[in-house]
Design a protein around this ligand. Structure first.
Ligand code: TMP
Length: 235
């Protein structure tokens, strides 16, 4: 059936389309923190995240990173391939911040010489716990070979995105990726890459240009997302 709501997440809705194996994603205006326990709506946020994520996925595709992304079809919608999602959040860190700074007792802002890759188990009831490779194998989430692919892809995507953001005066502090398996079992990048899922700091001023503005009550979210979208328009 066409236009059937298949899934509603915190920031997006997923609909079926007339084409088999093609889904439509609608970006919502909601912003959540604390695993959905705090929620607010910002009119226009969905449009900005769709624009930003579409741009980043297009760029990643242009350098050979395969993903679920097909095309942006409206201000707040895109078409994607239907894939089977892997319940992992893959976090890549270039600069100390957030939960890692807290966990290790380190100051935010310290450069991490070789990017740190972490895994979180996507499970709302468990609050998405931090897990290691043995846990991933025990839970049989992915095979050893797939885990290697995930780590390699995460590092490669990082190497592509660091200079992409750098050219618009932004430091890519850290970010979260999600992956799935396509029809033939191939690993594909999925979900979104946006100021909701990245820490982006202005290179010169260190101003936060991401969802930390909302998480930490630092001011208006919308102008900050608009700034990221505007800078990306130029590249
Ligand atoms: P953290 O420091 O809170 O662990 O977050 C690391 C990065 O991952 C940060 O850029 C925000 C992103 N992230 C998500 O996109 N979704 C999440 O559920 C979490 C916990 C982090």
């Amino acid at each position: 059936m066409e236009n059937e709501l298949i899934y509603e997440g915190k920031a997006k809705k997923l609909f079926s389309t007339s084409e088999p194996n093609v889904l439509r994603i609608e970006y919502k205006d909601a912003a959540t923190a604390l695993n959905g326990k705090r929620k607010e709506s910002f009119a226009g946020k969905g449009v900005l995240n769709n624009q930003i994520s579409s741009k980043l996925f297009r760029h990643l595709q242009s350098v050979g990173i395969n993903s679920h992304f097909i095309q942006q079809i409206s201000e707040n919608e895109q078409l994607v391939q239907e894939i089977s999602m892997i319940p992992l959040e893959v976090v890549v860190r270039n600069v100390m911040a957030g939960s890692l700074a807290k966990k290790l007792g380190c100051e935010e802002g310290i450069e991490i010489p070789e990017a740190i890759v972490e895994f979180y188990y996507k499970d709302d009831a468990l609050d998405d716990p931090f897990i290691n490779e043995d846990h991933i194998h025990f839970l049989q989430i992915v095979s050893q070979a797939e885990l290697t692919v995930l780590k390699d892809l995460a590092r490669k995507i990082n190497q592509v995105l660091i200079p992409f953001f750098d050219q618009i005066g932004i430091t890519l502090v850290d970010f979260k990726l999600e992956f799935g398996r396509g029809k033939d079992g191939e690993i594909l990048l999925a979900d979104e890459i946006s100021p909701d899922t990245c820490r982006l700091w202005d290179k010169k001023t260190k101003e936060k240009l991401d969802k930390d503005v909302f998480r930490r009550n630092l001011g208006d979210l919308l102008p900050v997302y608009q700034e990221v979208a505007k800078r990306l328009e130029g590249v």
